[in-house]
Design a protein around this ligand. Structure first.
Ligand code: F6P
Length: 341
């Protein structure tokens, strides 16, 4: 049997751990040939691939990014995309595909499964916003990086009596902001799910200044003020229709400075949250996802995604997994509010 593997969407710590687990278990337990497709769905569209052997994956567990490359290519936006994928898979003798990605990559996997392609999905995204799984790998690493940044920023905020706004990733879901803000003792956490009042934020910031304790405001890139809109870096859309977000941190820092008369600065963490080595938690989760994806392929159970439920790895229909984004529920956000101000 020949099994293809690809990584699509934004890179994410733990992708290589999945590739390694799929390759090693596929070869060792099933004697399969493993083929790595390059750059997300672009690989199966163009045929760009390479065989993966033990030597290719043995040293990649700790490495960030993906040895296969990634892209946001959408085969459904390409002329004859699905037919091209079908003929590449048949030319290369690929019996099944393991697609590692977030909502977009797995949304494509779901449609391709309906077209009769044997595909198993593995959920990745630092945003942790995929439905049907308790956690995605990459999230824990992103939260660690953001928390470390917040810890370091406390000293400058305190020493210079400044308000510091930390902009973290999270397009539609505020999981990174919520978890890093809680872990870092932020005075305000702002998430895309709950539009915020600038007046209220200013009041919380003033209270921290009164106690001479550093105001740190953690804001997700997709957060928006009441009655306002998301801040965009570019209105240009990618192949899945996403605009590039960014700018809310600087905007809010300016608002705070103007209204409080205190110095206020923004720090945008950006892609540092996606880079570097995965945490031990993410390495283990990614590895277990890879091992269970191989089991699904071996069982001929296609059109599914492996998912974490409690401490178990289960299989869920791709359709269910991609139906709805997992956003921060209001009651989870409300838990954090006791620490605001
Ligand atoms: O989906 C993960 C993510 O990191 C989002 O939080 C962010 O909006 C987006 O990717 C950024 O993607 P890119 O690196 O393509 O600009």
């Amino acid at each position: 049997m020949r099994v293809g593997v690809l990584t699509g969407g934004g890179d994410c710590p733990g992708l290589n751990a999945v590739i390694r687990a799929v390759t090693l278990k596929g070869i060792q337990v099933h004697d399969w040939e493993i083929v790595g497709f390059r750059n997300g769905w672009r690989g199966p569209l163009t045929g760009e691939s390479r065989p993966l052997g033990r030597g290719d994956v043995e040293a990649i567990l700790t490495r960030g990014g993906t040895i296969l490359g990634s892209s946001r290519t959408n085969p459904y936006k390409e002329e004859g995309g699905v037919e091209r994928i079908k003929s590449v898979l048949s030319e290369q003798g690929i019996d099944a595909l393991v697609a590692i990605g977030g909502e977009d990559t797995l949304g494509v996997a779901n449609k391709l499964a309906d077209e009769g392609i044997n595909v198993v999905g593995v959920p990745k995204t630092i945003d942790n916003d995929l439905g049907a799984t308790d956690y995605t790998f990459g999230f824990d690493t992103a939260v660690h990086i953001a928390t470390e940044a917040i810890d370091r920023l406390h000293t400058t905020a305190e020493s210079h009596h400044r308000a510091l706004v930390v902009e973290v990733m999270g397009r539609h879901a505020g999981w990174i902001a919520l978890h890093s803000g809680l872990a870092g003792g932020a005075s305000v956490i702002l998430v895309p799910e709950t539009p915020f009042s600038v007046d209220q934020v200013v009041e919380w910031v003033e209270r921290r200044f009164e106690r001479e304790y550093a105001p740190i405001i953690v804001v997700a890139e997709g957060a928006l003020p009441e009655g306002g809109a998301e801040r965009l870096q570019s209105g240009e859309k990618d192949a899945f229709g996403h605009v590039r977000l960014g700018g809310i941190g600087n905007w809010l820092a300016d608002e705070i400075a103007e209204r409080t008369g205190k110095e206020s600065r923004a720090v945008v963490l950006g892609h540092t949250q996606r880079g570097g080595t995965p945490t031990a938690y993410d390495r283990v989760l990614a590895t277990r996802f890879g091992l269970h994806a191989v089991d699904a392929v071996a069982a001929g159970d296609f059109g599914v995604m492996v998912a974490l439920r409690g401490t178990d790895i289960v299989r869920v229909k791709l359709e269910e997994a991609t139906a709805e984004l997992k956003t921060v529920p209001p009651e989870r956000y409300a838990e954090a509010e006791v620490f605001f101000g």
